[in-house]
Design a protein around this ligand. Structure first.
Ligand SMILES: Nc1ncnc2c1ncn2[C@@H]1O[C@H](COP(=O)(O)OP(=O)(O)OP(=O)(O)O)[C@@H](O)[C@H]1O
Ligand SMILES: CCCC(=O)O
Length: 355
């Protein structure tokens, strides 16, 4: 009998939802943050309420009967470092995601909403490949300050889904390839996939890597110290500046690169300079991962919403194709990856892990 899986995937600029009957998508929607206006500045409870209401409205407008769901899947939030895999949503996840909400990631709201909905329907809920999948090599954790260690927080679900898809196209097991996967979305993470493990990756939430539609990326440390002690910002406001109000938001007042594209087309020179700096920084980060992988890279994969911008992908390709062949996987494959994970559990093909 066909199984019905409901998938919730909040990203930093939108929440994507989908209902699948078996492999078939019967409904999907991308709900932009802008619909709910004040959401960017709201606290945990308020953000949760806004996201829940937007999801309910969307399902209601399609006349979808929640009682037909067999399980709910979501991308996980900022949890403890963990192995890649499928995990049953439980109470300790709930409290950890709630505790890290201020400095967390939008995907944590998916976990909370999926858990709550599943409880009320009496069905199971799971996360798969959350943002805290940690496969870093020990040398990649060390920084120049003894008490500061690097953390693995990245688009694990999409990067792994795209890397596996690429491996299948090449007809080579994922575990035998060295790939660089660049997820270009509201956040940007660029991972070195060394024989099936992401041994290094920038953590955009902690201010590493290129700037993004709304993340600052890496900043000069002394200037950050000045900013922190300027008295202009609280700690919370400073963190928001790095992850939420940085990048294109800071330079041009928008995290929507479709708008940035229009600004450039209309002759805006500032927008053009920031765009070129964006491409430059992404290429530099890909180069860094090539060095981390000793130059033995089988392919560079460009994915995420921004990969739909063909000229931008071409500009990155022009700068990095000397490293390895560049392939583009526009959009994200998170909904399908979550569907497949849900179906594997429902069919008994995979036993979910306990967190
Ligand atoms: N056709 C396009 N051309 C250029 N930019 C695009 C296009 N489509 C989407 N984008 C941009 O992609 C970005 C959003 O990407 P995406 O949907 O992957 O982000 P998200 O899911 O909200 O966050 P994240 O990927 O970090 O989880 C936005 O800046 C959006 O304007
Ligand atoms: C997935 C974490 C990276 C980001 O959104 O910045």
């Amino acid at each position: 009998m066909d199984q019905t899986v409901f998938v919730i995937n909040p990203g930093s600029t939108s929440t994507k939802i989908a209902v699948y009957r078996d492999k078939k998508r019967i409904f999907s929607e991308s709900i932009p943050l802008e619909i709910s206006g004040e959401e960017k500045n709201a606290g945990l409870e308020e953000t949760l309420r806004i996201k829940k209401e937007a999801i309910s409205r969307s399902l209601e407008s399609q006349g979808i009967d929640l009682r037909g769901f067999d399980c709910i899947m979501s991308r996980g939030g900022v949890l403890r470092p963990m192995e890649s895999g499928i995990y049953r949503i439980n109470e300790s996840m709930h409290s950890e995601v709630t505790a890290s909400a201020a400095s967390g990631h939008a995907s944590g709201f998916g976990l909370l909403i999926a858990g709550e909905m599943a409880d009320s329907l009496g069905i199971p809920a799971y996360i798969a490949d959350p943002v805290t999948v940690d496969e870093l090599e020990d040398i990649a954790r060390i920084t120049g300050i003894k008490e500061i260690r690097r953390r693995s927080i990245f688009h694990a679900l999409n990067q792994k889904a795209v890397a596996r898809q690429h491996a299948a196209i090449l007809g080579v097991p994922y575990e035998e390839l060295n790939l660089i996967a660049a997820h270009l979305g509201g956040g940007i993470t660029i991972g070195l996939h060394k024989q099936g493990r992401v041994t290094d990756v920038n953590n955009a939430l902690d201010g590493e890597g290129p700037f993004t539609p709304e993340r600052s990326g890496a900043l000069p440390a002394a200037a950050v110290a000045d900013l922190c002690f300027s008295g202009k910002y609280t700690r919370e406001e400073t963190v928001k500046l790095f992850a939420g109000k940085g990048g294109f938001m800071s330079h041009l007042g928008s995290n929507d690169l479709l708008k940035v594209k229009e600004m450039i087309a209309a002759g805006d020179r500032d927008a053009d300079l920031v765009y070129r700096a964006f491409v430059y920084n992404i290429a530099k980060a890909i180069g860094a991962m090539a060095a981390a992988g000793d130059g033995m890279i089988d392919g560079i994969l460009i994915t995420g919403g921004i990969a739909r911008w063909k000229e931008l992908v071409a500009a990155i390709r022009a700068k990095v194709s000397w490293i390895a062949p560049v392939s583009s996987y526009p959009g994200e494959f998170e909904l399908e990856a979550l569907r497949d994970a849900g179906l594997r559990v429902l069919r008994g093909d995979e036993i979910p892990r306990e967190y």
